[in-house]
Design a protein around this ligand. Sequence first.
Ligand SMILES: [Zn+2]
Ligand SMILES: [Zn+2]
Length: 195
Amino acid sequence: MKILNLICKRTNCYLLESSCGWIMIDTDFPGTLYRLMNLLNQHNIKISDIKYLIVTHFHPDHAGIAQDLKNLGIRLILHECQVAFVDNLNNFYKKNNQFNFTDILPEGNIVISSKESRDFLKSMGIEGEIIQTPGHTDDSISLTIDGCCAFTGDLPEFSLMEAYNDQTIKNSWKLIKDYKITKIFPGHGNPYTII
Ligand SMILES: [Zn+2]
Ligand SMILES: [Zn+2]
């Protein structure tokens, strides 16, 4: 399974290969579209080769150019738990309009549950699921690939779990581990292995 990591500014923006094109996991801050285009160019990837975008949670450093990418033809996949959170981000940028943020519109978004995500991913040749993993935020999700890896966004690092001593975080990690995951691709920093 081919996984690329493009860092425009501060966030790991992953590309996961599927049978119908690339799936992107997270974007970076507003204003990073040009930088992303450059990085894609370096990898010989066209924007039209990217079919879907998953955002691990709707913070500025992960969803900053979500709508800009939608405007270029990429479909945004929203977990149903995230729908209400999109407007929090839109509202922040409405009050702080110096950041060049493009409002994330509901049009064209694909809203799915964890259960539905399995069939959706299967149709792209991926055995996995998009699951709710709150702890960093209530809209945090992870993309898990069965017996392989997980993209966990800003869920606190596995090895630091006891330091946070937070049941929500512990439950999220327990859920992730149920998918026999050994490698973690976090939203920031290097990938790491868990046992
Ligand atoms: Zn965050
Ligand atoms: Zn972040």
